[in-house]
Design a protein around this ligand. Structure first.
Ligand code: ADP
Ligand code: MG
Length: 247
């Protein structure tokens, strides 16, 4: 990054007139309706809004899991809308971590194997994978759960495995679609705190949440409605509650 001028290093994500349209029988759903959005590296953003307003569609487009029908998406200065599926997969693998509400872990694999998976797909050697998985497990406080399968872990532990998997390739951005939606309040806060720690280390963090109290912790909030960003507000983050919680 050193040596880049401010303009190139500041803007990480740039959406211009992004549209995503679904056809259901005769009806047309504008899941994203000409969305413009600019995000700087290192921001912490909460995406809020009613069910069906386009939050997941926005995240999927940002994460290169879905292609817009119109508009342009520039990621780190490069137009990624015109890339082939394989080229997009390569960008996704190196730059983007995705976290889902329902964890999306592979049931038959252990925590360590789930975390290693992105490195297997990227062709990273076995010995290097092992040491990175060890560090990642320690980073999410699950060293003693390395050999457990997802069904042997609590919801909060599963989400921490998913976070370790999403960050094992050291992505520039983390996209989390209702990451606390299947967790109780206390566990959800712990998971969010872990994501916030990663953001403090420099990763851009974009979190979809229904929870106003969790959303209030972000530096910037996007409120979606009918496929559009109705409000884009920046605010001092709320003072976090005492952090003496452990599970
Ligand atoms: P949110 O995450 O805010 O609840 P979504 O982005 O999932 O909203 O959906 C936005 C709109 O697009 C909704 O009306 C939804 O029904 C529609 N939609 C999303 N994905 C699809 C799809 N694969 N096929 C058809 N309609 C979809
Ligand atoms: Mg959604």
């Amino acid at each position: 990054m050193a040596g880049n001028d401010a303009a190139t290093s500041a803007t990480q994500i740039e959406l211009a007139q992004i549209e995503r349209i679904f056809h259901l029988g005769d009806s047309v759903v504008r899941a994203l309706d000409r969305v413009d959005l600019r995000i700087a590296a290192g921001e912490y953003i909460a995406v809020m809004g009613p069910s069906g307003s386009g939050k997941s569609t926005l995240l999927n487009v940002l994460g290169l899991l879905d292609r817009p029908d119109a508009g342009h998406y520039r990621l780190e200065g490069r137009d990624v809308t015109t890339l082939s599926a394989n080229e997009q997969a390569a960008v996704r693998s190196r730059r983007i971590g995705f976290i889902f509400q329902s964890f999306h872990l592979v049931p038959r694999l252990t925590a360590a194997e789930n975390i290693a998976l992105p490195m297997v797909l990227a062709g990273i050697s076995g010995p290097q994978r092992q040491s990175r998985v060890r560090d990642a497990l320690a980073g999410v406080g699950l060293t003693d759960r390395a050999d457990h399968r997802p069904d042997q872990l609590s919801g909060g532990q599963r989400q921490r495995v998913a976070i370790a998997r999403a960050t094992i390739m050291q992505p520039a951005m983390l996209l989390a679609d209702e990451p606390t939606g299947n967790l109780d309040r206390h566990t959800g806060e712990e998971v969010l705190r872990l994501l916030e720690q990663l953001n403090a280390g420099g990763v851009t963090l974009i979190v979809v949440t229904h929870d106003a109290a969790l959303g209030a912790r972000a530096q910037r909030r996007l409120l979606m409605e009918d496929g559009a960003i109705r409000h884009d507000e920046r605010q001092q983050p709320a003072v976090p509650a005492s952090s003496n919680a452990h599970d």
